[in-house]
Structure formats: structure tokens, C-alpha cells
Design a protein around this ligand. Structure first.
Ligand code: AQP
Length: 332
């Protein structure tokens, strides 16, 4: 059985990018006879300016969307990161394994610290160190596969590097994980700025489709998507035509097929956008319906998280204890 772990941070409402890049892959993994753990990584949401009440609200919403997307709590473990102390316990040991230079090279740190500075906020120390906490999230479970979108590839590489380094210095302790990416839509781009990732933390931008957007809102956002000027009809070219390529990627992810082959069926952008809008609305419809039902039963969602945290703790405790012994700390 392959051990699988992944998480989403409650920094905003989940987007179509989170669904296609992460959640949908997780549901597919959940169908396999593997041991899979999926987590709302709430501690990661504290690395930037945050409102405690909003983090609480979003944490519940993300957990509810895990279930609404089709993750089955009888087949996989669903929990809140902050409910399992092993993550932060291990994080400190990995801080003693990682280097300052390694942290400063992280692309997300560079981008988000620049954003924080530009808006006059201080850059939180945790923004620099959270990739180590993410490595701890992964390594605490003996994880072999981490299903993520393209933007998280560098962080999973760090987890691999830290596992290898720790094992070399202190003896075999951690499984070395690898990232697994979806075949298409590993990086869904913003519909208004198709050279930037569709992100959830930048606020309600017109180029971001949220999983819980009403069908009419989804249609409006897709129909207003920036396409590229230039002749030659609808072609799939990520470099020269990023806007159209993004729409074709989303269509391929929703309906199946190859984005370049799908392009051949269109002579104009209008028809392509209509089909993308229909496909996204239909893809999200059952998730939205299930979300509405589950949101009315918060106690049931809380119970899933409580049971999940217990299971996660049992799996992580022996691995983290082993790391404590290996690095030179005495047993209590
Ligand atoms: N646009 C995307 N396309 C494909 N996959 C994506 N993911 C995120 N955006 C896209 C994948 O979703 C999972 C969870 O992401 P996260 O919560 O760790 O980070 P984020 O969504 O990238 O959110 P941030 O950092 O709070 O803010 P933004 O979105 O503004 O950068 C991951 O597997 C991720 O790859």
C-alpha cells in the first residue's frame, strides 16, 4: 500500500485550481487501496496577515469541501493539521536539518514576502520557515506520494532533500516522498492574467473561479477571460497564447481529451469559452450541491475531523518519536 499525504491551507475560498490541481487527484487516489491522509493545513494560514475568525470559518469550509468533493472518511484520513502535535514537534527537528539559504531560495517565500513588504506588513518569520513545517507534514507519515499542483513541486523537493539529509546524518528514519502531478491542469492560470497562477489568497479577482461560485458568476468570469490577440484561430501554445492554452487545459481537465486536439474543434474563442463555462459549471455542480447539504451538518464534519486526527496521531507518533531518538534526544 502506498502512503499518500497532501493538504490545503485555509487562506481563501478554494478555487478551480485547487480542485483540478489537488482535490480531484486526491479523490482518484482515495479510490485506490492505499493509505491516504488529507489535511487542512491551518497552521500554514498563519504565515501571512490573517483574521482569526476568517481562518476558523475557512478551515471549516475547506474540510466540508474535502467531503463534498468525494473524499470518503471511511477510506482515507481527513483532519486539521493543528489537531496533531506531531507536525510541529517534527518541524523543529527539520529546522535543525535545513539551511537558511535553502529557505530563502523558495519561490513562494520570495513572492509572498515581496507582497507583504509592498503592503507595509512585516514579513513573518513563519513565512520563511513554513516549507519546513510542510516537510514535517509529509515526513511525519512515512509518505511516499504527495499529490499536488505544479506550484508545490519545489516544496516537495525540499521535503525529499531533508529526508535524505536526515537519514544520512542520523540513520534511516524517513521515507523519501515524491510529488505526483495531474496530467493536465497542474497549474490553472488566472483568467485575467494567464501568466499568473489562479490563486485563492489574492481576494475575489475577476480571473479566479471559486469552487462555490454560482453558475452565473462562473459563466461571466469564463466569458470575460483574456484571450490572446493574433491570427491563426484557436491553437494550443502555452508560450505564445497562454490565455487560450489555459482555457483548453481547463476544458481538457473537465471533459477529458488532449488540449491540443481539442483546439482543432474550434474556429473562434466565443464557442470555446461557452464550452469551458458549461464544462466547469457541470463539473462543480455536484460538489456545490453536496457542500450545501454538508454545511447544514457541521457536527458531522467535526466528527470526521476528530476521528481523523486520532488516526493521524497514531500513524505519526512512532515516526516522530524515532526521529527524536535518532537526532540525539533522550527518551522522556
Ligand atoms: N492554480 C492552481 N492550479 C493547480 N493546482 C493548484 N493548487 C493551488 N492553486 C493551483 C494546488 O492546490 C493545493 C493546495 O494549495 P495551497 O493551499 O497549499 O496553496 P495555494 O492554493 O497555492 O494557496 P496560497 O498559497 O494560500 O495562496 P495563492 O493560491 O494565492 O498562492 C496544492 O496542491 C496546490 O499545488
Amino acid at each position: 500500500m502506498t502512503r499518500i499525504f497532501s493538504g490545503i491551507k485555509p487562506t481563501g475560498h478554494l478555487t478551480l485550481g485547487n480542485y483540478l490541481g489537488a482535490l480531484r487527484q486526491w479523490v482518484a487516489a482515495d479510490q485506490r487501496p492505499d493509505e491516504a491522509l488529507f489535511c487542512v493545513v491551518d497552521l500554514h494560514a498563519l504565515t501571512v496577515e490573517h483574521d482569526p475568525a476568517r481562518v476558523r470559518r475557512l478551515s471549516r469550509q475547506v474540510a466540508t469541501l474535502f467531503l463534498a468533493s468525494g473524499l470518503d472518511p471511511d477510506k482515507c484520513t481527513l483532519f486539521m493539521q493543528s489537531h496533531v502535535d506531531e507536525h510541529t514537534r517534527l518541524s523543529y527537528l527539520l529546522e535543525c536539518t535545513a539551511t537558511d539559504g535553502e529557505m530563502r531560495r523558495m519561490i513562494q517565500y520570495k513572492e509572498k514576502s515581496a507582497r507583504a513588504q509592498a503592503s507595509g506588513e512585516g514579513v513573518r518569520l513563519s513565512l520563511l520557515t513554513y516549507p519546513v513545517l510542510m516537510a514535517a507534514d509529509i515526513l511525519a507519515y512515512g509518505t511516499e506520494e504527495v499529490p499536488v499542483g505544479e506550484d508545490q513541486r519545489q516544496h516537495v523537493e525540499l521535503a525529499r532533500d531533508l529526508a535524505v539529509r536526515f537519514n544520512q546524518r542520523y540513520g534511516q528514519t524517513f521515507t523519501v516522498p515524491k510529488a505526483t502531478l495531474p496530467d493536465v491542469a497542474a497549474r490553472v492560470m488566472d483568467l485575467q492574467e494567464p501568466t499568473s497562477k489562479m490563486g485563492k489568497s489574492g481576494g475575489p479577482g475577476p480571473g479566479v473561479v471559486f469552487m462555490l461560485d454560482e453558475p452565473g458568476v462562473i459563466r461571466k468570469k469564463v466569458m470575460r477571460a483574456v484571450t490572446d490577440s493574433g491570427d491563426g484561430g484557436v491553437v494550443y501554445d502555452r508560450e505564445a497564447r497562454p490565455g487560450v492554452a489555459n482555457l483548453l487545459d481547463v476544458l481538457a481537465a473537465c471533459t477529458g481529451g488532449d488540449p491540443a486536439a481539442l483546439a482543432e474543434g474550434y474556429s473562434g474563442y466565443g464557442a470555446l469559452k461557452r464550452d469551458v463555462a458549461d464544462a466547469v459549471v457541470e463539473l462543480l455542480r455536484p460538489v456545490q450541491e453536496r457542500h450545501a447539504e454538508l454545511a447544514a451538518e457541521p457536527a458531522a464534519v467535526e466528527k470526521v475531523l476528530r476521528v481523523g486526527a486520532g488516526r493521524a496521531r497514531d500513524l505519526a507518533r512512532p515516526i516522530v518519536d524515532r526521529a527524536y531518538r535518532a537526532i540525539g534526544l533522550l527518551e522522556p
